[in-house]
Design a protein around this ligand. Structure first.
Ligand SMILES: Cc1cc2nc3c(=O)[nH]c(=O)nc-3n(C[C@H](O)[C@H](O)[C@H](O)COP(=O)(O)O)c2cc1C
Length: 258
C-alpha cells in the first residue's frame, strides 16, 4: 500500500460493519499505519484526502447496499493521484450487486482498486417466523478473523477485486430501483405508541433523517431499512407491517452515534 494513512469510511446499521472496520483498524495500527474511521452518513459532502488510502465498509442490503451508501461512492471526487481504495462488505448470505459495480465507478473516477472482500456476519434481517438463528458469536468471531486476514493481505498487496459482470449490474439496478421502494410500500415502520417512551433514540440513530420526533416518532417516506431504529429501540416499540424480524445488535447504540 502506498500511503501509511487510511481513511476508512463506514456505515453500520446494527454494528457488524463497525466491528469489522475496527478489526481492520486494529491490524493496521499494529503495523504502524494511522487509520481514521469516518461515518458515511455524516460524510456525503466531505473533502476526501486523495493522498490517503480510502477504505469503504458497508453492509449488504437486498443484494447490494443502501442507496445513501451508493450516493457516498458516487459522490467521491475524481482523482489523478493514483489514490488507492478498498471495499469491505458484511453480509449474511449472498450479495451480487456491489463488488463489480463499485469497481466500475471507482476506476472511472481514477482510483486504484486494490481489493474487495465480502465478510459473513450474523443476520440483522431474519424473519423470526421462518427460522431461529443460532451461533451469532461464532459467526462474529469467524468474520473478524476474515477481516484481519483481509487487512493483512491488503498490507502485503495480495488482494484482488472482481470485475463487473452484466448480472451484477442488473442486480444493483433492480435492487436500487425496485426493491427498496417495494419494501417501503409493503413493510412500513411505525412506533407502537403503547410501548414508546419517547426517548428519541430512533430519531438520533436514523442515518437518512427519516424520523421526526413530534409527539411520538413519525416516519417519513425515505426509509432505507438499515433497521437501526427497530433493533435499538429500548422498549421494542418500533414495529414493521407484515414482517417480524429477530432482534439483533452487535454493539451498543452509543457506539454508532460517536
Ligand atoms: C434490509 C436488509 C436487507 C439485507 N439483505 C441482505 C442480502 O441481500 N444478502 C445478505 O447476505 N445479507 C443481507 N442482509 C444482512 C446484512 O447484510 C448483515 O446482517 C450485515 O452484516 C449487517 O451489518 P450491520 O450490522 O453493520 O448493519 C440484509 C440486512 C437488511 C437490514
Amino acid at each position: 500500500m502506498k500511503s501509511k494513512v487510511i481513511d476508512l469510511y463506514f456505515f453500520s446499521g446494527t454494528g457488524n460493519t463497525l466491528l469489522v472496520s475496527k478489526e481492520i483498524k486494529k491490524y493496521f495500527e499494529e503495523n504502524q499505519f494511522t487509520v481514521n474511521l469516518i461515518r458515511i452518513e455524516k460524510s456525503q459532502h466531505l473533502e476526501v484526502d486523495k493522498s490517503h488510502t480510502i477504505g469503504i465498509a458497508v453492509p449488504i442490503a437486498v443484494q447490494t447496499t443502501f442507496p445513501f451508501c451508493w450516493s457516498f461512492i458516487n459522490n467521491l471526487p475524481e482523482t489523478d493521484e493514483k489514490t488507492e481504495v478498498f471495499l469491505v462488505t458484511t453480509r449474511t448470505m449472498y450479495s451480487g450487486g456491489i463488488i463489480g459495480p463499485a469497481k466500475k465507478i471507482l476506476r472511472k473516477k481514477g482510483y486504484i482498486t486494490i481489493g474487495a472482500k465480502e465478510i459473513k456476519m450474523p443476520s440483522n434481517f431474519s424473519p423470526t417466523k421462518m427460522f431461529k438463528l443460532k451461533n451469532d458469536d461464532k459467526k462474529t468471531s469467524a468474520g473478524l478473523i476474515e477481516a484481519r486476514r483481509f487487512a493483512h493481505n491488503l498490507h502485503y498487496n495480495i488482494t484482488h477485486w472482481l470485475d463487473v459482470n452484466p448480472v451484477a449490474g442488473i442486480v444493483k439496478k433492480i435492487s436500487l430501483q425496485k426493491s427498496f421502494s417495494w419494501m417501503r410500500k409493503h413493510h412500513k415502520m411505525y412506533a407502537n405508541e403503547s410501548k414508546c417512551i419517547r426517548c428519541g433514540l430512533c430519531f438520533k440513530l436514523c442515518p437518512v433523517d427519516n424520523i421526526e420526533m413530534i409527539n411520538y416518532p413519525e416516519f417519513k417516506d425515505t426509509c432505507q431499512f438499515c433497521m437501526r431504529c427497530y433493533h435499538f429501540c429500548p422498549t421494542d416499540a418500533i414495529e414493521m407491517t407484515n414482517m417480524q424480524i429477530r432482534k439483533y445488535t452487535a454493539v451498543k447504540a452509543e457506539e454508532l452515534l460517536k
